[in-house]
Design a protein around this ligand. Sequence first.
Ligand code: PLP
Length: 497
Amino acid sequence: MSTSNFVDVSHHLSPETRARGVNPMKDIIRIALENPNLIALANGDPDSALNPISRIDYSVASVTSGEDPVLEWIALGANAPTQVLSTSQDEESKLRLRTALRYGHGAGHPDALQTVSRLTNAYHHAPHHVPTMTLGNADAITKVFRLLGGPGDYFLADEFTFIPMPLAAEAHGVKWVPVTIDAGGIVPEELERILASWDPERGRRPHVLYTVPSGQNPTGSTLTVERRKRIYEIAQRYDLIIVEDDPYYFLQYDLDKADGTAPKKFPPSFLSMDVDGRVIRIDSFSKIMAPGMRLGWITSHPTFHNHLVKLIDLSTQHPHGFGQVLITQLLGPSGWQLTGFDRWVRGLCAEYQRRRDLLLALFARDVASTGLASTYVPQAGMFLWARVHFERHPRFKGALPLEGRAGDGEGARVPRTNTRQLMKELFDACVAGGLLICPAYVFTIGTDPKYDDVPSHVDDRSHFIRLTFAGSEETMTAGIPILGRVLKEFFAGAPEA
Ligand SMILES: Cc1ncc(COP(=O)(O)O)c(C=O)c1O
């Protein structure tokens, strides 16, 4: 049996985590869960005979017929072949309803945990990491941030990021340090520069990196394998914990071999490289099953797992039984199993890739052709990150004076352009034209103006808009021409490109 060489990670725990005690009632419930023959007069777990639910049938797409199960599912609609996954109170099934609907284990039901563990090992091979079920990535990340950070802690993140997560941590005292990213994800040299030149007067050096490696939200960037390796090596040298938020892992594009003989593997995750136990991987069923399921899982060092369970025992208790039943049945012997799951997610990849290509084609025809915006090809996820060329706008100001402005001084970083103002106006013009877009400034991590964490004020680089190809063909076909039209009107009077 192989043993882990995981390092001690206890010094990464926040004061809140160290102070948190165990829920003593959960300890007693655990004895009951582990010894079903005990006569239990201890816990107020309602009698399952009184649950008004005797059976649940989940009707899911069949993945055995047809070339591509997702194409078939879309093409045949209500007539598409389905398979029914049933669970009842008593009938033999992988996870019985009477078990799933009781109060359960904080980490998740053992059958559901075994299921996600098999999934993780099939794609990442991480035999020494431990799974913890969650209510999706937002729930997982906010818990992980509480596990690791409090007042006085600095965390690093992609400078444009899925902003609710950093904001949640700010509320409990964490400060953020932005790291420059481009189409290939975080720039490792920038990460290293920040860590190597960290001013101890500022406080404790950042010990956590939060990053979205595949199809980053909002930039659509995907970390190259080379960069992943270098970032992991930097994390080892500077003792960083990597929080790998990877909800788009299964939506990676252009993976087919050039000769079309076999699908390429998904690129290696940080988890798959993690010999130290310093990667906390966060997975979700939101993008591959349904976001309303509110189900996902964390894969981590056992120390982190143990503290997460303590936090769950004192907050959400455990994820809902319905989702745990569905996932256990779906990936179990009477459901899709891992091969069927792989067919489904490969089909999803192909479908989202078609939608991405449609959005790119529409963008090229109606937007890039104006010379007022451009984009790159995202290799994963659901987003196109389009650069608006505000420098061509008649009212663009490219060198605002520094004198008398807030933050002026040595090393001060203040906006030198009116990009943010123009973006706000463009956003309003789009809404007036009937189109909703996401401007870059909603995703930005604030910078301490005293420090050169990034090369210039983020507002001056917030000349991007996020467009999604997750929606229908009709939405994209209707929306992109509006964007082209609004841009032309907004830039009226601009010099020819
Ligand atoms: C990068 C990223 N992280 C986390 C989430 C939240 O995912 P979940 O639905 O699993 O909570 C999203 C959702 O859009 C996301 O894009």
